[in-house]
Design a protein around this ligand. Structure first.
Ligand SMILES: Nc1nc2c(ncn2[C@@H]2O[C@H](COP(=O)(O)OP(=O)(O)O)[C@@H](O)[C@H]2O)c(=O)[nH]1
Ligand SMILES: [Mg+2]
Length: 653
């Protein structure tokens, strides 16, 4: 039992949905209705985009709640998907505009897969133009279970001024910032209301024989019967309840709270859904890591079982603080219990996704893998002195954000950030500036060009130097010829009669390979064969060093004469899009010098296609930006190196 929070049996809800649908405004409204102190923005039009999960704790009618406001942007979607694994219920916040329904598709799919009960909130009901039935029909195309509308808007002068609750058959008029006022169902709506309620009852009767009998015998079910059925079906994933509201004006927020109280599964029911045993030692799972100024490392975690007390040993580290987020501030608690979502302090060595249990190493619970990177930027410190601090900061950033990875390109010397889009990476760079005082410059990462030759040549390299007493002498004759693409570098020794003594030959081989690291265009030369055919030496003045130098001379001259050509990396690219965007995806690829290999249904994704193509790596830098802008943000792609090909036009290097 959470002594620090008034309630028992805490439950949690995640607010998810497309960017800009009003989740953060709804979060504020829910917290405010629960009596928490909330700082609403001075100008609601300037609500900042949410880039990481924000947690708030509150007590509503003596019950403890954690609310998780999730980012809507596709570039931070992994945060939302991690949060969904932790909660008892989700509210899918969307807009009335039916043309935006597709953006909710992937989310509805993930919710059905996890069997996480969810309510769809048609938010911004103040912007409703006409009826909600078009919105519901549009959303239904992406939902695995029937959407059941439980509220009907009351339209007054073309605007939604209130609603009829179809289960209780009560009508309410919205009042800004206050509980809605109970009114009579307008006479003009009676017929429409009866039809909508009939539909709701029929859908619920599909899974309830007793209710079905009543429908057939024309007996009116009581609201209580309907409430029970709705809860049962929602928990079973058999229906998706649809409600109406307007977060910014707090309309419909108390009705939503009532539904949450009634319908959200208990921590025990969630354990059951996730097939986690209710018996056993305390268990928690970390879903987010944050380095929070003086508080140090915070690990946001869901408590699955029993109770965890401050100071417990978790993942080999002593727990240094249990925090709730009360009235927008961190508040220390002595313990946390099953159902709670809290921040755990100073768990060094415990990573995002880790499952922990006091004193033991428990079995790991599933956690979504980090998404495949789709965008990259090379970063450089404005001041070279900061490079050491940069690597420490990047390590922390990667710990906070599993979707962010870094690589160091030895060839170009670049540090490259990989992530989910421009906004994602620029927010990481901003974090480096604000949180670590590291000023960075960013640019497009360099492409790993290669080069090769198209002609076979014979070359002679001769070193003869007399400096003071001891001289240097070496003479090599080599054949350089192209090999098949992908065959690599090969050194062959065909010296006969000791023209070059055996002990110097390895030095010639090594120097030839070394010389191939930088060809006439400045890139690594690949797929060449170098054969040492003849040479000469001097009994005193020859050395490994002398043979190396002579070989380098021969290679430099020879490669330049052998018709060198630049090779560019070609990637195998697979774009996934809803199939009405398939032609667009194809045009995007051909517009980037891509060669389409074909397209077909995306496995396991009804209504989606995979389009495959071979595309030069140099054309892929901003592919994701165009892809998203042309597909309502839905398109994704993955790539892998396929082969090197001669660059048709001299590439910009
Ligand atoms: N008309 C209207 N606008 C809203 C409502 N709720 C939020 N908004 C606006 O929609 C924009 C995005 O809201 P926000 O809560 O940040 O969306 P989020 O990305 O889902 O968190 C802001 O300009 C809000 O003021 C609402 O109920 N009605
Ligand atoms: Mg938000």
């Amino acid at each position: 039992m959470s002594k620090s929070r008034n309630g028992e049996n805490p439950r949690s809800v995640a607010l998810v949905g497309p960017q800009g649908s009003g989740k953060s405004a709804l979060f504020d409204a829910l917290m405010e209705a629960a009596g928490a102190a909330v700082k609403r923005p001075a100008d609601p039009r300037n609500r900042p985009a949410t880039t990481s999960v924000r947690v708030g704790h509150c007590t509503y009618l003596n019950e403890a709640w954690s609310i998780l406001d999730c980012p809507g942007s596709i570039e931070f979607a992994h945060e939302a998907y991690a949060a969904l694994r932790m909660v008892d219920i989700a509210i899918v916040v969307c807009e009335p505009d039916p043309s935006r329904a597709a953006t909710t598709g992937p989310l509805l799919r993930a919710l059905a897969e996890q069997r996480l009960p969810h309510i769809v909130l048609i938010n911004k009901i103040d912007t409703l133009d006409g009826s909600v039935s078009n919105t519901i029909a549009a959303l239904q195309a992406y939902a695995a279970s029937p959407l059941v509308l439980r509220q009907m808007p009351i339209m007054e002068n073309g605007r939604a001024g209130g609603y009829v609750d179809l289960m209780s058959e009560r009508a309410y008029r919205y009042r800004k910032g206050q509980p809605s006022e109970l009114i009579r169902i307008p006479d003009s709506m009676l017929a429409e209301e009866a039809a909508a309620r009939g539909q709701l009852v029929e859908t619920l009767a599909d899974r309830d024989d007793v209710l079905l009998e009543k429908v057939l015998e024309d007996i009116r079910p009581t609201p209580e019967e309907l409430y029970l059925d709705m809860r049962k079906d929602l928990l079973a994933g058999a229906v998706i309840e649809v409600m109406l509201g307007a977060g910014e004006a707090s309309h419909g927020v108390r009705r939503l709270w009532k539904a949450l109280r009634h319908e959200t599964p208990s921590a025990a029911e969630t354990l059951d859904r996730k097939s986690i045993s209710a018996e056993g030692p305390a268990l928690a799972q970390v879903f987010r890591t944050e380095y929070a100024g003086h508080t140090g490392k915070l690990s946001y975690a869901r408590i699955w079982r029993d109770e965890i007390k401050d100071g417990a040993s978790l993942g080999g580290t002593r727990l240094g603080g249990i925090y709730h987020f009360l009235n927008g501030e961190l508040s220390k608690s002595p313990s946390c219990v099953a159902g709670d979502v809290v921040a755990l302090g100073r768990l060094d060595g415990v990573a995002t996704g880790a499952t922990v249990s006091p004193g033991i190493i428990p079995e790991s619970l599933p956690f979504p893998p980090a998404p495949t990177p789709v965008y990259a930027l090379a970063v450089t410190t404005a001041d070279r002195k900061d490079d050491v601090r940069l690597s420490d900061a990047l390590r922390k950033l990667a710990e906070e954000d599993p979707a962010l990875t870094m690589t160091h390109d030895h060839e170009s010397g670049e540090t490259v950030l990989h992530g989910q889009g421009e906004m994602h990476l620029l927010s990481a760079v901003e974090h480096l500036a604000k949180g670590y005082n590291l000023k960075m410059t960013t640019r497009r990462p360099s492409i790993a060009y290669r080069e090769t030759i198209r002609l076979a040549v014979h070359e002679h390299g001769r070193l003869k130097r007399q400096t003071g007493g001891h001289g240097q002498f070496a003479d090599v004759k080599i054949d350089i010829k192209p090999r098949e693409r992908g065959a690599g570098f090969l050194f062959v020794d065909k010296v006969v009669g000791g023209a070059v003594p055996r002990n110097f030959i390895p030095a010639v081989g090594e120097a030839a390979e070394e010389a191939a690291h930088k060809g006439p265009f400045g890139y690594q030369v690949v797929d060449v064969e170098v054969t040492l055919v003849d040479g000469g030496y001097h009994a005193v003045d020859s050395s490994d060093m002398a043979f190396r130098t002579a070989t380098h001379m021969a290679m430099r001259e020879g490669l330049a004469k052998a018709d060198p050509v630049l090779l560019e990396p070609i990637d195998h690219v697979t774009i996934s899009v809803p199939n009405d965007h398939t032609p667009r995806a194809q045009r995007l690829l051909t517009g980037r010098r891509g060669q389409i290999l074909g397209f077909g249904e995306r496995e396991g994704w009804a209504g989606w296609d995979d389009v495959e193509a071979l595309v030069p790596g140099a054309e892929l830098h901003d592919l994701i930006i165009d892809l998203r802008s042309q597909t309502q943000g839905l398109g994704t792609y993955r790539r892998s190196f396929d082969h090197l090909a001669e660059a048709k036009a001299p590439a910009k290097v």
